[in-house]
Structure formats: structure tokens, C-alpha cells
Ligand binder design. Structure first.
Ligand code: HEC
Ligand code: HEC
Length: 475
């Protein structure tokens, strides 16, 4: 085939056109090559973000929402329940163990609601006639399996050492969470309450805890441990006690109760529904899910020490050993949440729930530096909850976020005013303990009139992120 254009081409070229042409085409080819390489490598980066170096990883994370550094999470092994745990399960769901005959552990800790209440009441009703109001909202029973007994000791911020290298580095420099200890004498580490169960840490283990609701007059309302033992002997599973613990158990009420409570604890420890770790965030940590732009931005703010700083207390990184984060440092803090007028107990203006210093525990009543402190709860499954904080003062996460954002910068939007028009800041804590309230950690370090730590968009994004913490994600 004769292509006139082909034949004509060289004659139009100036002298030395031949080498120029090959130089040009070389340029064109290499440009195409670079473009192709870029295309391939960015496609590669998009598909395998985890194989990228950190700087590229951060960019890829922003574009794709994938975790550039996936980890393997060490979940508790799912094994069939032991005979003791199966017994504990029956106790957990048994309404015949309550004075009313209608209430079991599951009535307030519903398996369909992350073992929290299935209603939006600030507190639950209980007692022999189911007309006695409780004092605090039932927490979720999920993710308690690593909770240590209550103790007061040096700030153990590093027990759950994060694998995040930048965090490790700051830790090594001795400034990690410096703010949390800032108020203590620099030479001595801050002594902080940590571990334990209940909002005030008054029970050490799940076994110790379980007898509490059975005897509490506003809950299952048994008159005495013997009363509980009598009811256990009448259950249809009484033979299982004999099989597991020996026939003598039925004539030893205190042993019967202690083994029954042990069984309830085993159930909560062994059954994986109490610590499923099946949230979208877990999948993301393992490189198996991508966060939306809003969720990722929310996570970044959540971790940002100067902004939302949620991770300062609600730990978000896996431990060095690969244990998934439970979103609490298990320490106690006084946040100064507003009083909830809807609580029956608060009808008495002299009643104050002060957490660690009482009134539901009395051993630390004299340690007034702990008045107002409550356990930092897990944020896993928090979007499934209908009331928030130890006094159930809020009903949605937006209200919670406004509290974190505006408590200091615009307290008039958070607290009511007294008769003279003065804003009653920290109105759920007697004035003499107001100094216990955390004003050092972001976002609480902002002052009156300052720009709040978060914008409305930031808040929406952090809420979007918190929703990735609900179990049962399927991709
Ligand atoms: C009437 C409602 C009610 C019933 C019934 C009930 N609980 Fe609770 N539960 C609560 C409340 C309220 C709290 C928080 C109390 C506090 O902090 O003082 C709580 C706290 C707990 C905690 C501590 C959680 C944490 O984060 O520290 C555990 C564990 C628990 N309950 C297990 C049980 C078991 C086991 C039973 C049955 C034997 C039971 N509950 C029955 C309302 C109830
Ligand atoms: C200084 C420690 C600290 C920081 C920082 C912190 N929290 Fe909390 N958080 C707590 C404590 C303590 C409680 C319980 C306080 C109470 O009930 O009085 C709590 C409670 C909550 C609750 C209610 C959970 C429930 O089950 O009722 C949510 C939601 C929450 N925090 C989200 C956040 C978010 C989002 C951020 C970041 C903007 C954040 N927290 C920052 C310590 C902290």
C-alpha cells in the first residue's frame, strides 16, 4: 500500500529532521509511559492502599477511605459455651428470679440493643411491683471483657499502647496525654481511678456485680441472698447446678449464689455477642472496608488531640498486641454534664449523684477530689443507645456533641439559668467540687467566648464515625 502522506512526510522535514523526530517521539513515548506508570501505580495504590509508604498512604486514605495500614485484630476466640456459661445464660434470661416475677437481667440489658435498654426512658422501673424508678441508665454490657478491677493508681494511659507510630513517638517524648496529668505535681504521676463496673466502679468483677441487681430494691428486689437462693432452687435448671458443682450445692445457699453469679459472669465473658467486634470500623482496621469521606474525616477529628480529642479517653487504636480498641481508657472523669430534671431522684434538690465519691458507694466518700467522676463508657454500639451519660440527660448524639463543644465556650446553651439570670454551670455537682471538672483536655480546654473546637460539619462527621462502631456490619 502506498500512503502518499507517508511518502511525503520526510520531504517536509527540515535538515536533521530525522533525529529531531525520534527525539520528539521519544519524549511523547516517555510522557505516555509516565502517564501509564502513574495510572497503573495509582490504580495499584487504590486497590492495595496498604502496600503504599506512609506519605502516599495518607493521600490514598483520603481518596479511597481505605486504611493504609491494616492490622490483624485478635478477637476473643468464639468457642461453644461451657456448661457453666450455659447455666449463666439461663439465669440471665430468667424472670422468676425477680420479686415481681417479670424482670430478668435481659429486661434492662436487651440482647437486641447491645445489652442496653430497649426503650428511651432515662431510668428503668423495677421493684416488687415494677413501680420503683432506678437512679442511672443501664449501660451496655458489651466490651466489658477486658475491664480490670477498680483501682486508684498512676495514670496508666499506656497500658493500651496504640500501634500508631506517631502516637508511639509522642508517647516516647513523654508528652502523650500530658494534659490529663497536667494538673498533678509534675514529679508525681496523677493518681486516677480506673477499672471496675457500674458508673462509679463499685463492683470489681462480673461475678461480684451480678448479685447487685438481684438485691437492689429498685431492680429485681429480692429481700436477701437467701431469697435469691430459694428462687434458684425452684428453677427448672436446678439439676444443672448439681451436675456441675456437685449435689451438695443445693444445701449450701451461699455457695449456690456465688456459683450462680460466677455462671452469669462466665456467660458474659464467653458469649461472643458481648464482644463481637463486627463493626465497620473493625472491618476498616483490618483493611476490609472503606470509610466514607464523612466517616474518615470524623475519625481524624476524633483522634485529633487539639480538636475533638475523643480518643484521649475513648481509645480508638488497637493495642500493641493487636487487641481491638474498646473505646474507653477505663478511667473516671468529671465532665460536669447538666442535671437531668427528668430523673425522679432529682426531685430532691439536695440529691447529687457524684459517682466515685458516692452516694452509691461509700468507701471513697472522703476522697472529694473524685466527686463528680464517672466511668468513661465504651463508644462501641453507642449509636444504638437512646439516652446518654450517667444521668441520661441527652437523647441523641448531636446533643452530646454540643455539650462537648459548647460547655466552656457557650455554657448558656448547655445549662439553665437561675432566678437572677446567672448560668448554672455544672449544676449537677455541688459548688465545692466544681474544681474537679476537667477543663484541661481538649475539647474542654477552650475558654468562654472562644471559637468552639468543632464546626457543625465536624460534629456531623464525628457522629457519622461513631455510627461505624455498631456491630453487625456487612460489606
Ligand atoms: C431494672 C434494670 C436492671 C436490671 C433488671 C439489671 N440491671 Fe444491670 N444495670 C442496670 C443499671 C441502672 C446499671 C448501672 C448502675 C450503676 O452504675 O450504679 C447496671 C449495670 C450493670 C453492669 C455494669 C456495666 C458497666 O458498664 O459497668 C453489669 C455487668 C450488669 N448491670 C449486669 C446485670 C445482670 C447480670 C443482671 C441480672 C442479674 C442485671 N444487670 C439486671 C440496670 C439493670
Ligand atoms: C477527658 C475524657 C473524655 C474525652 C476527651 C471525651 N470523653 Fe466522652 N465520655 C467521657 C466520660 C467520663 C463519659 C461519661 C461521663 C458521665 O456520664 O458523666 C463520657 C461519655 C460519652 C458519651 C455517652 C456514652 C453513653 O453510653 O452514655 C459519648 C457519646 C461520648 N462520651 C462521646 C465522646 C466524643 C464524641 C468525644 C470527642 C468530642 C468525647 N466523648 C471526648 C470521657 C471523655
Amino acid at each position: 500500500m502506498n500512503h502518499p502522506s507517508d511518502a511525503a512526510l520526510p520531504s517536509h522535514l527540515p535538515a536533521g529532521g530525522e533525529p529531531r523526530r525520534s527525539w520528539r517521539s521519544l519524549l511523547a513515548w516517555s510522557a505516555a509511559g509516565i502517564a501509564l506508570a502513574l495510572g497503573v501505580s495509582s490504580a495499584y495504590a487504590l486497590i492495595y492502599p496498604e502496600r503504599m509508604p506512609p506519605a502516599v498512604g495518607a493521600i490514598v486514605e483520603d481518596i479511597t477511605g481505605a486504611n493504609p495500614h491494616p492490622v490483624h485484630l485478635l478477637r476473643p476466640q468464639a468457642v461453644p459455651l461451657s456448661a457453666v456459661a450455659l447455666l449463666g445464660k439461663q439465669i440471665f434470661f430468667d424472670t422468676s428470679l425477680s420479686a415481681s416475677g417479670t424482670q430478668s437481667c435481659a429486661s434492662c440489658h436487651s440482647p437486641q440493643h447491645s445489652y442496653g435498654p430497649d426503650n428511651a426512658f432515662p431510668v428503668q422501673l423495677g421493684g416488687a411491683h415494677m413501680n420503683q424508678a432506678g437512679y442511672r441508665p443501664p449501660p451496655s454490657l458489651t466490651y466489658l471483657y477486658r475491664q480490670a478491677p477498680f483501682s486508684i493508681g498512676p495514670d496508666q494511659g499506656d497500658t493500651d499502647v496504640p500501634v500508631d507510630m506517631t502516637q508511639l513517638a509522642t508517647q516516647a517524648a513523654g508528652v502523650q496525654r500530658a494534659q490529663k496529668t497536667e494538673l498533678a505535681a509534675p514529679a508525681a504521676p496523677a493518681m486516677v481511678p480506673q477499672g471496675g463496673l457500674f458508673w462509679d466502679g463499685r463492683a470489681d468483677t462480673l461475678q461480684d456485680q451480678a448479685i447487685g441487681p438481684l438485691l437492689n430494691p429498685v431492680e429485681m428486689a429480692n429481700a436477701s441472698p437467701e431469697d435469691v437462693a430459694r428462687k434458684l432452687l425452684q428453677t427448672k435448671y436446678v439439676d444443672q447446678f448439681k451436675q456441675i458443682f456437685g449435689p451438695g450445692i443445693v444445701s449450701n445457699p451461699s455457695l449456690l449464689i456465688s456459683e450462680a453469679m460466677f455462671a452469669v459472669g462466665r456467660y458474659q465473658t464467653e458469649d461472643s455477642s458481648f464482644h463481637a467486634f463486627t463493626s465497620k470500623y473493625d472491618a476498616w482496621l483490618e483493611g476490609k472496608a472503606r470509610l466514607t469521606h464523612a466517616e474518615l474525616h470524623g475519625l481524624q477529628l476524633f483522634n485529633d488531640k487539639d480538636k475533638a480529642n475523643c480518643a484521649g479517653c475513648h481509645l480508638s487504636q488497637p493495642t500493641k498486641d493487636g487487641l481491638p480498641p474498646v473505646f474507653t481508657d477505663t478511667q473516671y472523669e468529671a465532665l460536669g454534664v447538666p442535671r437531668n430534671p427528668a430523673l425522679p431522684a432529682n426531685k430532691d434538690p439536695k440529691f447529687f449523684d457524684m459517682g466515685v465519691c458516692g452516694p452509691f458507694r461509700s468507701d471513697l466518700a472522703k476522697e472529694t477530689q473524685y466527686c463528680g467522676m464517672f466511668l468513661t463508657p465504651t463508644l462501641r454500639n453507642v449509636a444504638e443507645r437512646k439516652v446518654f451519660f450517667h444521668n441520661a440527660v441527652y437523647h441523641d448524639l448531636k446533643q452530646v456533641m454540643d455539650f462537648y463543644n459548647l460547655r466552656n465556650t457557650a455554657p448558656e446553651k448547655i445549662y439553665p439559668r437561675d432566678a437572677s439570670g446567672k448560668v448554672q454551670k455544672y449544676n449537677d455537682l455541688p459548688v465545692q467540687y466544681h474544681a474537679n471538672v476537667d477543663v484541661a483536655d481538649a475539647p474542654f480546654d477552650r475558654k468562654f467566648g472562644d471559637q468552639p473546637a468543632m464546626t457543625d460539619e465536624d460534629i456531623q462527621d464525628i457522629i457519622a464515625f461513631m455510627k461505624t462502631l455498631s456491630d453487625g456490619y456487612k460489606n
